[in-house]
Design a protein around this ligand. Structure first.
Ligand code: GUN
Ligand code: ZN
Length: 426
């Protein structure tokens, strides 16, 4: 057994509903880790006394938390992050599709997957749900790398059979067949989960959406991820491609792609019926605030969506998002909510990046919080990681005031330690 000692932050409820009282903070706490799982959490002195034989790692004032969970990311877009000057459809055509074409080469896919996981872990992100590309090798590279690192990750082959360049289009049948083969190869293996992944309705024919809806019906325990109502031009395009649809969500609903295991990225410009249907089926949303400002998409309505009872996770959406850091992503979520006159509390921001994302991805029984029996995917956060943050944190009169400068100004320099399944990675 190992005892990690430091400040500890965990949750016993949902701070989006209950406020900061749902959080539990210990100034001098400890997490007992055994066989890859959390065995106990509590006051440091009490746990030391209860486990005198445990190896002790004293992290001082560093904050021990569940690792961050990125609810929506495109690992193949790692190398094109921060590409200038385009809005969604032009951005896809100018930068994204050419970049994703490179994943036809399995060696390139393996190289980028390794780079991606190195960067994600250095930013304290221990689980994620990623889009791969249309190439099965991009999925094998992703899951192979995650498996070698012992990580709990989700992802799937991105399907497109129209409005994409040569080399990035499949058909309804090959999307079904290759997704099904990858699903049976990877889903449920070790800590991995396959996610059925139509990119978004403009790049899928009705036949392809129907085929992937059928695949989901055969594997209802899998997640399904896609994009929804990200940008106004995109929504107009969807309406022209699917004139019979009631709204954007209906282009998924009509083909069996709406359900409680669905995770819908962005969801900024929803119509009232779409919100009602998402809630009725119990679907989840992925909030991608750095992407939504970087690509110029709009201001997600966090207060409205959580009041409507929707599960919401926090996501980088890199390379549309402009940072790998879930701290930067929390800061962007705070700023976007401020523009909507709704200041998110630090407890809410931290919860969104951990348990909120875990709930959206339905992995909250395993990761996203610190509690006995949960997998020990943990991070230690330095709350004074730069001189600017340090001089602000030292003036704090409460834990939340000490934490907030790191949320607003922190990045990978704040990540002092990362544990996967109880094993220290850095
Ligand atoms: N919509 C369809 N594909 C994408 C993508 O790769 N990134 C973002 N941000 N939106 C999308
Ligand atoms: Zn995306």
């Amino acid at each position: 057994m190992e005892l990690l000692i430091g400040q500890v932050l965990r949750f016993e409820g949902d701070p989006m509903a209950e406020g900061p009282a749902a959080a539990r903070h210990l100034v001098r706490g400890a997490v007992a880790v055994e066989n890859g799982k959390v065995a106990a959490v509590g006051e440091a002195e009490a746990l030391r006394a209860a486990h005198p034989g445990a190896r002790v790692t004293d992290l001082g004032r560093q904050l021990i938390s569940a690792g961050f969970i990125d609810a929506h990311v495109h690992y193949p877009q790692t190398q094109m992050i921060a590409s200038w000057g385009k809005r969604l459809i032009d951005w896809l055509n100018s930068y994204t599709f050419p970049t994703e074409t490179g994943f036809a080469d399995p060696r390139h896919a393996a190289d980028v997957a390794a780079l991606y996981f190195d960067l994600a872990l250095s930013h304290g992100t221990t689980s994620m749900c990623s889009y791969c590309t249309i190439h099965p090798a991009s999925v094998d590279a992703y899951f192979g790398e995650a498996r070698a690192r012992g990580m709990r990750v989700l992802g799937g082959r991105t399907c497109m059979d129209r409005n994409a360049p040569d080399g990035l289009r499949d058909t309804a049948q090959t999307a079904y067949d290759e997704s099904a083969a990858l699903l049976s190869r990877w889903h449920g293996r070790d800590r991995l989960g396959y996610v059925i992944t139509p990119r978004f309705s403009p790049t899928s024919t009705p036949e392809q959406l129907r085929a992937l809806g059928a695949l989901w019906a055969e594997h209802p325990d899998c997640l399904m991820q896609t994009h929804l109502s990200e940008q106004l031009d995109e929504i107009a395009w969807v309406k022209s491609l699917f004139p019979e649809a009631r709204d954007y969500l209906d282009t998924y609903e009509a083909f069996g792609l709406l359900g409680e295991n669905g995770v819908y990225g962005h969801a900024i410009h929803l119509e009232p019926r779409e919100i009602v249907r998402l809630k009725e089926v119990g679907a989840a949303l992925a909030h991608c605030p750095t992407s939504n400002t970087f690509i110029g998409s709009g201001l997600f309505d966090m207060a409205g969506m959580t009041a409507a009872g929707l599960r919401v996770g926090l996501a980088t959406d890199t390379g549309g998002g402009s940072s790998f850091s879930m701290l930067r992503t929390m800061a962007a979520a705070y700023e976007v909510a401020q523009l909507r006159h709704h200041p998110l509390h630090p407890a809410q921001l931290w919860w969104l990046a951990t348990q909120g994302s875990a709930r959206a991805l339905k992995i909250d029984a395993f990761v996203g919080n610190i509690a006995p029996g949960m997998e020990a995917d943990l991070i230690a956060v330095d709350l004074a990681s730069t001189p600017l943050i340090a001089q602000r944190a030292v003036r704090a009169e409460s834990f939340w005031e000490e934490l907030f400068p790191t949320i607003m100004m922190g990045d990978d320099r704040a990540i002092a330690g990362v544990w996967i399944g109880g094993k220290r990675q850095r």
